[in-house]
Design a protein around this ligand. Structure first.
Ligand code: IP8
Length: 258
């Protein structure tokens, strides 16, 4: 699908991560209007877990897989929280005038040791074919080894971009891109371009996310870069950046390069 763009919107953009279950409706509606202006670009949207999915998944240690009975409660509660967040995101996008269809990832993917092994993508393909936007999310999923795990929206975004041969993969996060932080002075410099070698030398802030934060996102995204997909990381909290990135126009952010 040569014209396809995959857009991952971070949980820190769509929720306030400092307060459980705090949805940023106005932000998602504003991103929705930007996405609306990208029509007729073929698009898949994936969003993160933010203050809906991560606190519960962390509390019940869902990423470790099934160890004890009490985790089942955490598994279903995390799934419930992500369904709720997915519905809220889809509603805001529809309010912005977009034909958006929610598809929680727990129904699309089965993993083995956290890696996607089965992807049931018929409904996603049908939606794309119809010209409506599939909206999936990081989620708890069934896992063939661990019984269950957490599948990050970042991994889903890279998987779909590679499998569907997208032309561009855009990550909307809550800062301007990837920064180089000086070990001596602590000064921060936004990297307009980042290659894998440099990535392995950078200091990344310790992630509070159960799925590994910015390091995991960038590390995983280099697999898409290797496949020739353009990968951009932009600030989703700043008006206009998502639109420019999806359209392939010049934009402040970090481009991953070989
Ligand atoms: O925020 C994680 O997705 P991410 C989803 O994209 C859950 O890493 C359930 C915590």
């Amino acid at each position: 699908m040569s014209g396809l763009v995959v857009l991952k919107i971070g949980g820190s953009v769509i929720t306030d991560k400092s307060k459980p279950f705090t949805y940023r409706e106005e932000t998602v509606k504003r991103i929705g209007t930007e996405v609306f202006r990208c029509w007729p670009t073929s698009l898949i949207i994936i969003h993160g877990g933010g203050s809906f999915g991560h606190p519960i998944a962390k509390q019940y240690e869902i990423s470790k897989g099934y160890k004890e009975l009490r985790q089942l409660e955490g598994f279903v509660k995390t799934m419930q929280a992500m369904r709720e967040l997915n519905s809220l995101v889809v509603k805001s996008l529809v309010d912005a005038g977009i034909g958006a269809v929610g598809m929680p990832a727990s129904l699309l993917f089965v993993t083995r040791n956290g890696v996607i092994e089965t992807a049931l993508l018929d409904t996603l393909f049908a939606a794309l074919d119809l010209g409506v936007i599939p909206v999936t999310c990081g989620d708890v999923v069934f896992d063939r080894e661990k019984k269950f795990t957490v599948l990050s929206g970042d991994n889903i975004a890279v998987y779909l971009a590679r499998r569907l041969r997208a032309k561009r993969l855009v990550f909307a996060i809550d800062v301007d891109g990837v920064y180089e932080i000086s070990r001596e002075t602590g000064d921060k410099k936004l990297l307009e371009e980042l290659d894998r070698r440099k990535h392995s030398t950078l200091l990344y802030q310790e992630a509070d996310d159960v799925t590994g934060g910015l390091f995991n996102k960038v590390d995983e995204a280099f697999n898409a870069v290797n496949d020739g997909i353009e990968v951009l990381i932009v600030n989703g909290l700043v008006e206009g950046r998502v639109e420019a990135a999806v359209k392939g126009k010049p934009v402040k952010g970090t481009k991953l390069v070989k």
